[in-house]
Design a binder for this molecule. Structure first.
Ligand code: NDP
Length: 255
């Protein structure tokens, strides 16, 4: 049974893997046996994350690369293929959010969110897929959101991007099934990371909302996403394709 979840010999790429959810996922894949590679824009954070992973005894290599710039992504993927082998597991995690009411949001801000959260996963998936095809298969995990399903105020661009990412997941799953590539998503509930730090203060109305509406009555942690990530990256999920697994403490069932 344990073999089903082993990622020994696999090469993984986690985008936005320097802190928050991304580094937890990268470390989980590493602990399951994979060689881990990751990227982000800040060089300092990339080097810091490499050290954190290596301190745990993990094989980890960081890249400074912006997922919205196709040439940078292609060069990173080609370097990973040459040095560590073609990528078996891709986690499209890099993402940003801008909380701005729609009437006040500029088209530039809207497009920036769409570029990072939706176009980025398309660019990286397209760059990685040929290597997966060469290897006879692969796993792509797109980090979606509750906002892939729900509407709310001030997150119009984010929800449009994450709803789009859900449909990108389903479409690539259909198109690349013939290459034995499974494309699934994880929809985290509300997770304690730098992205959500401003919302988590005691007395903040959003914090009160989460406590009231999450049956688990707590914020999630990046560690809550480790098991689901390893599962969707492993052989155990070979017949699961085009699905979003919500890891949300029950909030979607309750809302
Ligand atoms: P963080 O803001 O904590 O981390 C985001 C990561 O992405 C960082 O490593 C950041 O590094 C990187 N990143 C951002 N933009 C780019 C870019 N253009 N190219 C490459 N890397 C980039 O986010 P979280 O850990 O909270 O979230 C991770 C993912 O999970 C996101 O997709 C988010 O939307 C999603 N999510 C988060 C939830 C939460 O409650 N936290 C809930 C649901 C979904 P750098 O800035 O140096 O590039």
């Amino acid at each position: 049974m344990q073999d089903q979840f082993s990622l020994k010999g696999k090469v993984a790429l986690v985008t936005g893997g320097t802190y928050g959810i991304g580094i937890a996922m990268a470390q989980a894949l590493g602990k399951a046996g994979a060689t881990i590679t990751f990227n982000a824009r800040s060089e300092d954070k990339v080097r810091e994350a490499e050290l954190k992973c290596r301190a745990l005894g993990l094989d980890a290599y960081g890249y400074v690369c912006d997922v919205t710039i196709e040439a940078e992504v292609r060069s990173m993927v080609s370097d990973i293929s040459q040095k560590y082998g073609d990528i078996d597991i891709l986690v499209n995690n890099a993402g940003i959010i801008k909380r701005i009411p729609a009437l006040e949001m500029s088209v530039e801000d809207f497009n920036e969110v769409i570029n990072v959260d939706l176009t980025g996963p398309f660019i990286v998936s397209k760059a990685v897929a040929p290597g997966m095809i060469r290897k006879g298969g692969g796993k792509i995990i797109n980090i979606c959101s509750m906002m892939s399903e729900l509407g709310r105020e001030t997150v119009t661009a984010y929800a449009a991007a994450k709803g789009g990412l859900k449909m990108l997941t389903k479409n690539l799953a259909c198109e690349w099934a013939e290459y034995n590539i499974q494309v699934n998503g994880i929809g985290p509930g509300y997770i304690a990371t730098p992205q959500t730090a401003p919302l988590r203060e005691v007395g903040h109305p959003f914090n009160d909302f989460i406590m009231a509406k999450t049956p688990a009555a707590r914020w999630g942690t990046p560690e809550d996403l480790e098991g689901p990530t390893v599962f969707l990256a492993s052989k155990a999920s070979d017949f699961i394709n085009g699905h979003i697994l919500y890891v949300d403490g029950g909030i979607l069932a309750y809302i």
